[in-house]
Design a protein around this ligand. Structure first.
Ligand code: ZN
Length: 111
């Protein structure tokens, strides 16, 4: 057994929406799963506009509040074999969440 995190831990096998909890539930190949609230997912958007770059403040540095539509998950799409593109209700769609990043968000979900 290797003590290193295996690639299995960041390979998603299934994406589901938990509409009631307003969360994205990701099942992982290593058998684990993550429940990621839309709000946390939105705030974790890794795009340059949200994260900021080269001294430019990010979206939530300027205004920490979520605005209507910003945490409404409209659509998701796989990007290659490494990431997930998320489209938000306000039209924001430039964030590509690498699977390793997704695995670090939310809470482990009971199976
Ligand atoms: Zn973004």
């Amino acid at each position: 057994m290797s003590t290193y995190p295996t690639a299995e831990a960041s390979v998603p096998t299934r994406f589901e929406y938990d509409e009631q909890a307003r969360a994205l539930v990701v099942s992982w190949r290593d058998g684990g799963s993550s429940k990621i609230p839309f709000q946390e997912l939105r705030r974790g958007c890794p795009c340059a506009g949200c994260k900021g770059e080269l001294g430019t403040p990010g979206r939530f540095d300027l205004d920490p509040e979520l605005h209507p539509g910003e945490d409404e998950l409209a659509d998701i799409a796989l990007v290659g074999n490494y990431g997930l593109k998320v489209v938000w209700g306000d039209g924001h769609d430039t964030g590509i969440y690498r699977f390793e990043l997704l695995r670090g968000l939310g809470q482990p979900a009971p199976r």
